[in-house]
Design a protein around this ligand. Structure first.
Ligand code: NAD
Length: 295
């Protein structure tokens, strides 16, 4: 079998265009644009790239992007004071503090300080709790993007066996909760799981969020399974060259799976599309503006 390649780039573009159309309606009705504030502390190169692409996507959707760049030696107090100002600013609908933060700052304290109703990254304890008990809130962008890809591929997920490999707070755990709300039978596997290949073999849906290059092999998969590869790993590819690979052996898995996301071009683009989606949803909730419930 040759797996269908799930095109996350195309799905992300379509979602971004949908958000753009909602933004235009929102602007016409309220006289203002939804606003996303992104805070970057220090100059970590990967974080700088993410922040730039988030700003670009925000502007392209017709939203306001407020970018706050603070030096690496910023104190926790100064950062919290900025979060407080953004919480109080009526033109800001979403606040995102780019992680990781420098060692003098406690990430949990900062994330907890963000108004949960502006926490478009969905990392705060309040939004994690809302997801756990099925209340409306904000869901972390990467797992939300994975769910959208799965629903587009499979339609109703009810009754399917899903295995999520990885139990981080930003990907694995919220992913498992989303699949549970979609009525899947969910297994969360992690570094202490016994006989991982056997666990994965029972899955109709596999979500790999580990951070280990090409760890999931073809013979771990049930024929026809749908595979979502969240991993982003840079590996050497010849002298002086490197390339990005996922957590799944893409070439091998493509011979067994029914459908699979590539890396790059799978989950990655959906993460940013979901961020602007969440910002639009936040603006709509704050202004009591009705948006397309399918967004
Ligand atoms: P993390 O390091 O916080 O968590 C990794 C998880 O993998 C842990 O829960 C651990 O238990 C599990 N694990 C480690 N070794 C294992 C093994 N041998 N067998 C089974 N499980 C094992 O990572 P994270 O933040 O969840 O990210 C995971 C991957 O996803 C990384 O490659 C990261 O770069 C990528 N990522 C991609 C996006 C995106 O937008 N595409 C967003 C976030 C993270």
């Amino acid at each position: 079998m040759t797996a269908r390649r799930i095109d996350g780039k195309a799905a992300a573009l379509a979602l971004r265009q949908q958000v753009g159309a909602e933004v235009a309606r929102f602007r016409a009705a309220t006289g203002r644009a939804p606003g996303l504030a992104v805070v970057l502390v220090g100059e970590d190169p990967a974080s700088s790239v993410y922040v730039r692409s988030k700003g670009k996507a925000t502007r392209e959707a017709g939203m306001e992007s407020f970018e706050h760049k603070l030096p690496a030696d910023t104190s926790q107090e100064t950062l919290l004071a900025l979060v407080d100002r953004l919480n109080a600013d009526p033109t800001v609908d979403g606040i995102l503090v780019q992680l990781p933060l420098p060692p003098q700052i406690d990430e949990n304290i900062v994330i907890t300080r963000i108004d949960p109703d502006k926490d478009v990254d969905g990392f705060s304890p309040v939004n994690a709790g809302r997801l756990a008990i099925g209340l409306p809130g904000f869901v972390a962008c990467t797992p939300l993007g994975c769910l959208k890809l799965l629903e587009a591929e499979l339609g109703d997920l009810s009754g399917k066996n899903a295995v999520v490999i990885g139990r981080s707070n930003i990907v694995g755990k919220p992913m498992a909760l989303l699949l549970l709300s979609a009525s899947c039978t969910v297994t969360i596997a992690h570094s202490r799981t016994r006989d991982l290949p056997e666990v994965v073999r029972g899955a109709d849906i596999v979500v790999a969020a580990v951070g280990r290059p090409e760890m999931v092999k073809a013979d771990w998969l049930k024929p026809g399974a749908t595979v979502i590869d969240v991993g982003i790993n840079r590996i050497e590819a010849g002298p002086g060259n490197s390339k990005l690979v996922g957590d799944v052996d893409f070439a091998g898995a493509s011979e067994v799976a029914g459908a699979i996301t590539p890396v790059p071009g799978g989950v990655g683009p959906m993460t940013i599309a979901c961020l602007i989606r969440n910002t639009m949803v936040s603006a709509a909730r704050r202004e009591r503006f009705e948006i397309d419930p399918a967004l």
